[in-house]
Structures are given as C-alpha cells and as structure tokens.
Design a protein around this ligand. Structure first.
Ligand code: SAH
Ligand code: SF4
Ligand code: F3S
Length: 446
C-alpha cells in the first residue's frame, strides 16, 4: 500500500486500541488494521481508555462469541464519552446480513461498522467519522486487496500469515462461508516475500492460516499447499506451522511435504467434528469416520511423533447416544494431543439451523463434560510418555505463572515451561522433559 492519503488528526500523538474476538485469522486481520493505523500516524495505546480510535474485530462462530462482542462494545460508550474518541466495529459478526445496521441502531455511539472485505478502506471510514458522519459499509469487496496491506506483527518470535481467505465447504452448522466469502489464495510470491521480511525482522516461527489451508491454490485450478510448504522450507523459515486442515483435502503430497521438510513442525490440527459417519454426513463434512482414521494412520506412518489436535462438536441435531459413543471411541483410537470441544450453536442462515432432532441443553452439557474428561485422560498419558525425552523448543517468552521460567512449544506443538538457562527469547534450545501436568510439560534446558 502506498503512502496513506488520510492521516490521524495529530499524527504521532493520537492512539488506537483494537479488541479482537475469534480465531487466529482475526488476530492476523487485527495486525493488518494496526499496520494501516500506524501508516496513518496513530500509535498503539496500552489502555483502551486512552485510545482515540477504538476498534472491535468481531466473531460470530457461536452465539457466545457474539454475546461477548456485544458486551465489550457496549463498554466503549463510556470511554468515548470521556475522551471524545471514535468507535468502529468490523469482522465476521458485522458481515452477517443486517447485523451491522442492527448493531448501529442499538448502539448509536458507534461511528462506523463494516464487514470482512473492507479492511483496506479503514482510513476512509476514520476520515468520515472525523467529519462526523456515521457509516455502515458491507458491500462485497475483493479479499485480494488485503494481500499486500501493511501489518504490525508485534514482537518476535511468532508470526501469522493468512494464505487463503474464505471457505467453499458449507459445513451445515457453519457461518464462516457466509461471512468470509469464497476461497481466495494469496499469491505464492507474496507469501515468500512476507516470510523473508519476517525472517529479517527476527521472526523464527510462521504459522500459515486459512479456514482450510489444504485447498490453497484450488482457486487457480490446482492444489499448491505441498509446494508452498516446500518453498518456505527451502528459503529457511526456521519453523513452519499451519492451520486449519480439512480432512477431505489432506493429500498424500501434503503429508509427504510435512514429513520431508525439516523446518515444518510435525503437528497438524485436523478437525474431525464427530466420530459418527451418520452425523458427519448431516454436517456435510464429506468424509467418513473410516476416512479420518485412515488419514491418521498415514500421518503416523510418515511421522511417528506427529502431534494431532482436533475440534469436536457435541449436540449436533439428531446426535444420538450411539453417535456420541462413536465420538468417544474415535478419541480413544486417535489419541489426540488436545481437542477444542464445542456445544452446537444454531447459526441463522446455515443448513443446520432448522434441522430436526434438537439435543437438550442438559444432554449437551453432560456429553461435553464426558468428552473433555476422556480427552484429558488420553492426553495426560501422552504427555507422561514424553517425560525423559529431549525436545527442541523455541523460546517464546517468560512463563506467565513464573518469571524465572521460559515458555515455548516442542516441535509437535505442546507447551513446555522450564527454568531460564543459556537461551533467550527467539532461540531454539534442547530441553529435557522432566514431568507433565494436565496441559503443560515441564523441562530443563540441557
Ligand atoms: N475451518 C475450520 C474451522 C473453523 S471454525 C475447519 O473446517 O476445520 C472452528 C471450529 O468451530 C470448527 O472446527 C467447529 O468445531 C466449531 N464450530 C463451527 N461452527 C459451529 C457451530 N455452529 N456450533 C458449534 N461449534 C461450531
Ligand atoms: Fe466452517 Fe466447514 Fe468451512 Fe471450516 S470447512 S470454515 S467448519 S464451513
Ligand atoms: Fe469467528 Fe470469523 Fe474466525 S466467525 S472463528 S472470526 S473466521
């Protein structure tokens, strides 16, 4: 993006603060918004109460995500009344039909709201708010315009980059395809250029983001994700991670690239959603329980130490006790390192919204509790199995619980805390695992 024609009223003095909800892709979009604001002369504020520009990057994946966003935005009224700043809302929630208008009607202090495809126009909206006009802007844009916007990446060593926007899959429960548009891949040269810049700035680990990274390149007619991994490995990005992978698109080529590229972490987030083929069909996931188990076997054959994590939904309409038992048994078979578990949440406009067989709330609560316990007891055993091994850890920062310790992740993605030794933040160090607790490993730098 060239020099910004819109500037802050007092460049170098006025500040901004962005509150982010939702997934890593939103976290990365927030970095883009921050980059744009900094190009206008705004500085980051440490406290939202002091910020001249208050922004909210929203999520609507589940009802709870929307309620959280509404509650947080409601608090902006007081801040604005005190410091005379401006309030803007963007992201997935405000991309839903009628949602931005409804939000601005209910909260008249909001200056502007826009959806997921207008981030490049942020300077214009701020300018309009300075001129005291209120704006709502949702028309479909071109996600490609986002690809070379500036970004404020934060402090090394961890960086994110969005390699593919949107989703074409229309899983029957999911709102994402409606609020993020169709799949649009970022050109490979731009990704490699960004990776080189990040390495120059001292970043050691890049996580490639997409709703379905395995379909990277499909919009040009050919899957290119395996090639992208090999290219990034070849230019020497010290550690490469990626998420999310849709099981239906995880190819043998991608598994081979993961196994053969030494810089690609042996970790995969492979959401299964349910262990019942019947439920998977109703979810429109396009694979069966058997297909999923077969992928897990292939991954383990190629990389015996691979860490597999997943997402699971309980209480999908029509989920019976037998279906749920299938989910539990799949977890026992796969032995996930970790899993995110969700109660099904009805989303307006999706196919599952009025499906028959609603599962009662108490049943959902009971099932999710059982599921969480099962996953925990399996992962605890896996973690204990790692005690005594030596692992390569990228030091990410000080442990939040103990300032005499560092925290980082082993290659397969599990977090480890260990007393500070020779290494500093950004170094890869050899760590011997000494003991394991519920969600963390503990170790000693060698
Ligand atoms: N693109 C990713 C998932 C993005 S959403 C993928 O396909 O794997 C992250 C997770 O939220 C999903 O994997 C799913 O488990 C959960 N989720 C999505 N819609 C949901 C809904 N309506 N109710 C409950 N959980 C949902
Ligand atoms: Fe949603 Fe399915 Fe797309 Fe993931 S693949 S974002 S769950 S529609
Ligand atoms: Fe939420 Fe949008 Fe991500 S709905 S999960 S922020 S893609």
């Amino acid at each position: 993006m060239g020099k910004n024609q819109y500037r802050a009223e007092r460049p170098g003095t006025d500040t901004y603060y962005i509150t982010t909800f939702g997934c890593q892709m939103n976290v990365r979009d927030t970095q883009t918004a921050a980059g744009i604001l900094e190009s206008m002369g705004y500085l980051p504020a440490a406290d939202p109460k002091e910020a001249k520009v208050l922004l909210y990057n929203t999520c609507c994946i589940r009802d709870l995500a929307e309620r959280k966003a509404y509650a947080a935005i409601g608090m902006a009224r007081e801040i604005k009344a005190k410091n005379g700043g401006m309030v803007g809302v963007f992201g997935c929630m405000t991309q839903q039909t009628g949602a931005a208008q409804e939000l601005m009607r209910r909260m008249p202090f909001i200056d502007f709201a826009f959806g997921t495809h207008q981030l490049h126009r942020l300077p214009e909206f701020i300018h309009a708010a300075q001129e005291k006009g209120r704006t709502t802007l949702l028309e479909e844009g071109n996600p490609a315009l986002d690809f070379d916007l500036p970004a404020a990446y934060g402090r090394p060593p961890l960086a994110y980059t969005n390699i593919i926007h949107g989703c074409n899959n229309f899983c029957s429960y999911c709102i994402v395809p409606y609020v993020r548009g169709r799949e649009t891949s970022k050109p490979m040269e731009l990704i490699l250029e960004e990776a080189r810049t990040l390495m120059d700035q001292g970043f050691s680990e890049i996580t490639l983001l997409g709703q379905n990274v395995n379909s990277y390149g499909n919009d040009w007619g050919k899957p290119q994700f395996a090639k992208l991994l090999r290219e990034l490995d070849a230019i020497g990005v010290p550690r490469i991670r990626f998420m999310t992978s849709h099981p239906k698109d995880l190819s043998d080529e991608v598994i081979a690239a993961m196994a053969e590229c030494s810089h690609v972490a042996k970790q995969i987030h492979l959401p299964v959603q349910s262990g019942s083929s019947r439920v998977l069909r109703r979810m429109n996931r396009k694979y069966t329980r058997g297909d999923y188990l077969c992928l897990v076997e292939k991954l383990r054959a190629a990389m015996p130490q691979v860490g597999i994590t997943t997402d699971l939904i309980v209480g999908f309409p029509g989920e019976s006790e037998t279906d749920f038992a299938d989910t539990l048994s799949l977890c026992e078979t796969v032995r996930f390192d970790a899993a995110f578990t969700f109660n099904f949440s009805k989303r307006k406009g999706t196919a599952a919204f009025d499906m028959e067989g609603e599962v009662a709330k108490e049943v959902m609560t009971q099932r999710i509790t059982t599921l969480i316990d099962t996953i925990k007891s399996i992962s605890t055993k896996t973690y204990q199995g790692l005690v005594g091994t030596e692992q390569t850890v990228l030091i990410e920062g000080e442990s939040s619980r103990d300032s005499s310790c560092y925290t980082g992740r082993i290659d397969r993605g599990i977090t480890v805390n260990f007393p500070k030794g020779h290494g500093v933040v950004g170094d890869f160090v050899p760590v011997t695992i000494t003991h394991a607790k519920a969600n963390t490993l503990f170790g000693q730098e060698r």
